[in-house]
Design a protein around this ligand. Structure first.
Ligand code: GRG
Length: 293
């Protein structure tokens, strides 16, 4: 796949995601309009939409149709946005900048931001349930819930909170990030393959790719958080300020870069089973390794 083909396919997935989010958004005059505005402020802001793009691509890679994956891709992006709103709250990371804009609680206040995060956690299950017609889609919904919950992203966040101000060991950092960041990436690939009714072998390959992509993504994130030139849209160095251990503090820059290359290579290998149909996700993991935001 050449660069132009990759870019045009990525745009197709991105536009499909934006159109689905637009279709599913809550926006009509009512007494709770302020809550709708708070939800839409975060959800319709300029996120990279990587998780829904991966979900849609994984579905097509495994022979499925993106129309069948629409509400699952949008639902996963909603869950991701829910986690960002709650992560930024004073009781969590206490950040006031996200995607280059004031965080949700800075604009709408803490109480409404908590509710907006809650809405973006339940609305996905409403829209996914509306779309379920096959066993594969039902499995995808269940898998996404597991990856988001206490055994996945939320569990990772709990470990993260407990690590503030202490020097965590390598094993803790790896588990923390595998859950906090990696679980939703794994959910994206695996649920995409589930919606396409992929085989056990396909699901195993998707799981391996998701884990490796999640690890590479977080390694890059830690490097960007420490890079004064990078445009992350967040306050720089906030992990260091909060006394959090990161891959960068545990491994140092050189090892982080070596691990990013290793994960990228192994993630590509994991998709061999899909042949040429894996070209998009192979290019995507490479692009994420060199991303600057
Ligand atoms: C209420 C769903 C919910 C969760 C509560 C707060 C929390 C538990 C978990 C936080 C998880 C978290 C924020 C992990 C960080 C993941 C990460 C690297 C986010 C940045 O992702 P990008 O770069 O962001 O894809 P954009 O802005 O492009 O969407």
């Amino acid at each position: 796949m050449n660069k132009n083909e990759y870019i045009s396919l990525k745009n197709k997935y991105l536009e499909f995601t934006e159109a689905t989010l637009e279709k599913l958004k809550l926006d009509y005059p009512c007494k709770q309009q302020n809550l709708f505005n708070s939800v839409n402020y975060s959800l319709l802001a300029s996120g990279k939409r990587i998780r829904p793009i991966i979900l849609l691509a994984a579905c097509e890679m495994a022979g499925g149709n993106i129309e069948d994956a629409a509400n699952f891709a949008a639902g996963l992006e909603m869950i991701h946005n829910s986690s960002l709103i709650h992560d930024d709250l004073p009781a969590m990371d206490n950040d006031d900048l996200r995607r280059g804009n004031p965080t949700n609680h800075i604009v709408y206040g803490e109480a409404t931001a908590i509710l907006a995060g809650d809405v973006l956690l339940v609305r996905p299950f409403e829209v996914m349930a509306q779309a379920v017609k096959t066993k594969g889609q039902l499995n995808a919904m269940q898998y996404i819930a597991k990856c988001a919950g206490a055994e996945g992203m939320m569990g990772g966040q709990e470990i993260d909170l407990k690590c503030e101000g202490i020097s965590a060991d390598e094993e803790t950092i790896v588990v923390l990030n595998k859950l906090k960041t990696g679980a939703l990436f794994k959910a994206a690939v695996v649920s995409g393959v589930m919606i396409a009714d992929g085989s056990e072998e396909y699901l195993k390959a998707a799981e391996t790719y998701g884990d490796l992509l999640g690890l590479a993504f977080q390694l890059v994130d830690d490097l960007l958080d420490n890079d004064p030139e990078a445009n992350t849209g967040k306050t720089k160095g906030s992990d260091i300020e909060k006394g959090k251990s990161t891959y960068l503090s545990v491994y140092g820059e050189e090892k982080c870069r070596a691990l990013i290359n290793m994960c990228t290579e192994k993630a590509r290998e994991a998709l061999n089973i899909f042949g040429d149909k894996a070209q998009f996700l192979c290019t995507l993991v490479e692009e994420l390794a060199t991303r600057v935001n």
